[in-house]
Design a protein around this ligand. Structure first.
Ligand SMILES: Nc1ncnc2c1ncn2[C@@H]1O[C@H](COP(=O)(O)OP(=O)(O)OP(=O)(O)O)[C@@H](O)[C@H]1O
Length: 271
């Protein structure tokens, strides 16, 4: 089985959307000890590619996402998104967290319109765009509800809509379905794939769930236990045109292959 090795440096190209080169990250808390969270990460995400980041707890998946989003400073190495070096957050990169970051005092519509209004989009146009995206995520009829009146799955749809309405070229998702029940999670996965096909964008999707990673992603990046390094990059190569593809032998074998890569890391985290 061919895997990209941990030390392989992927070079940028016209086809590259995100290029992470030689990125390491050390947390230096005021109290407590330093943690080397990421160690020499090199990764290229292709234009409009769907990539999943998988690895043991604490291996730096969220850290890599926050660095790419510009929420943490890149102190060692560089990250370029569409040719621009990342120095701060920007509207070209949308981020969705595990815990639905909605304003509880605003309606679903107002939550979705918030980012557009901050960008100076006229109110009428913002309303139209919010209405369209709420239809796409299946929240038509709930525009005037408040987050507290929605189920967990609906709140996460609203949070996704709030990010998608800005039409970011790059979507960074940190375990967005981790808090959902299995059935809602599967519905959200189906919807996310449909949205990604309708409006292609690069997606970096952090998950703990091997099945979810293979279900969604074109490539799965497997990270090693802390300090996070890239252990392997696996092309899923799944033909999703068959509605029953999760039952296919290719799917089951890919899940198994990646599961083994992850479990080789069990108990290996640096102290
Ligand atoms: N603000 C912080 N200060 C100090 N250490 C931190 C901080 N944030 C994260 N870390 C440490 O950095 C390492 C990587 O954390 P990170 O959250 O990126 O991992 P992760 O792979 O996303 O974990 P999980 O799968 O459990 O969410 C962990 O050891 C964590 O304890």
């Amino acid at each position: 089985m061919e895997h990209a090795g941990p030390g392989r440096v992927e070079t940028g190209s016209e086809d590259a959307q995100i290029v992470v080169s030689g990125v390491s990250h050390v947390y230096r808390p005021k109290h407590g000890r330093q943690v080397l969270a990421l160690d020499d990460i090199n990764l290229t995400v292709r234009r409009n590619e769907f990539v999943a980041l998988l690895g043991p707890s604490g291996c730096g998946k969220s850290t890599l996402l926050y660095l790419t989003g510009g929420f943490l400073p890149v102190e060692q190495g560089t990250i370029c998104v569409l040719g621009e070096t990342v120095r701060k957050p920007g509207p070209d990169r949308g981020i969705v967290f595990q815990h639905f970051a909605l304003f509880p005092w605003k309606t679903v519509r107002a939550n979705v319109m918030y980012g557009l209004e901050r960008k100076g989009v006229p109110r009428r146009e913002a309303e139209v765009r919010a209405a369209e995206i709420l239809v796409q995520v299946g929240l038509k009829g709930f525009e005037d509800s408040y987050p507290s009146q929605l189920s967990g799955g609906m709140r996460q749809r609203a949070a996704i809509a709030r990010t998608l309405v800005l039409d970011p070229a790059t979507l960074l998702m940190d375990e967005p379905f981790g808090a959902l029940d299995a059935q809602t999670r599967n519905l959200m996965q189906i919807e996310l794939l449909a949205l990604w096909r309708r409006s292609p964008k690069a997606v970096v999707f952090v998950t703990h769930d091997v099945h979810e990673a293979v279900y969604l992603a074109e490539r799965v990046v497997v990270m090693s236990a802390r300090p996070g390094r890239i252990k392997a990059i696996v092309e899923t190569g799944i033909d999703r045109s068959d509605p029953e593809f999760v039952k296919s032998r290719a799917f089951v074998e890919k899940v198994d292959e990646i599961w083994h890569l992850i479990h080789e890391e069990d108990g290996k985290a640096a102290p």
